[in-house]
Design a protein around this ligand. Structure first.
Ligand code: ADE
Length: 234
């Protein structure tokens, strides 16, 4: 059976999945706890990576090296960068870019990692299709979008910063891990998908909205991730 790695940055983003797991064995590595077991009859490893790109990249590499993960799914929340994408809605990644990667001084476009061919890291198309379908089934009251996600080591909570990221990258959502997971998965040739439910609009109201809507958004992402795991081939 192939192993599905599931990453959430925060405990609240993975606890709903851990609760449903059977035959769990916990392994500690790099200060992270990897929950290995069975979920919806699939072999999974569910882990809280911690926040930010470095934690997320390390976590992804461990899932691949230590557990042989052949699929990586990231579930969590994000700020909306698109007026059509409302709080509670889901964004499924098409591709991931690091909005805080800046080698402009060397002639690279903002976001481009120097000396790498790819500007952005593309999510797996088959996983995208399964996720969109699953989302319509389990979250019929919200909209599901497919679009670029821009990640950075920054909680975006100002209109000016939001506008700059939108102008530069045309992304649908911003968060703090997806592009690192995408980059690590890409480097290892492992298919991945980033699933994010919107908790805020990444503007001046983001901090207050985040606290208000975090739990409901997480619920949407968890519900979708669980259905996806049910739908994936073992
Ligand atoms: N995660 C949820 N909302 C976010 C925001 N506004 N910026 C970065 N990460 C987020």
């Amino acid at each position: 059976m192939r192993c599905i790695g599931v990453i959430g940055a925060m405990e609240a983003e993975v606890s709903g999945l851990k609760e449903k797991m059977q035959d769990v064995q916990v392994t500690r590595k790099a200060s992270m706890e990897f929950y290995e077991g069975i979920l919806a009859d699939k072999k999974v490893v569910v882990v809280k990576s911690g926040i930010g790109k470095v934690n997320a990249g390390i976590c992804t590499q461990i899932l691949i090296d230590l557990f042989g993960a052949e699929v990586i799914i990231n579930t969590g929340i994000a700020g909306s960068l698109n007026n059509a994408v409302n709080i509670g809605d889901i964004v499924i990644s098409t591709d991931l870019v690091q909005h805080d990667m800046d080698a402009v001084g060397f002639g690279y476009p903002k976001g481009q990692i120097p000396q790498m061919e790819e500007f952005s890291f593309r999510a797996d198309e088959a996983l995208r299709r399964i996720a969109v379908q699953a989302c319509r089934e389990v979250n019929p009251e919200i909209e599901v979008f497919e679009g670029r996600i821009a990640s950075g080591d920054q909680f975006v909570s100002s209109q000016a910063i939001k506008d700059a990221i939108v102008k530069e990258f045309g992304a649908y959502a911003t968060e703090m891990e997806g592009a690192a997971i995408g980059q690590a998965a890409y480097l290892n040739g492992v298919p991945f998908l980033i699933i994010r439910a919107i908790s805020d609009k990444a503007d001046g109201s983001a901090t207050v909205d985040y606290s208000t809507f975090e739990a409901a958004a997480i619920e949407h992402s968890i519900r979708l991730t669980y259905r996806m795991i049910q739908d994936l081939q073992a």
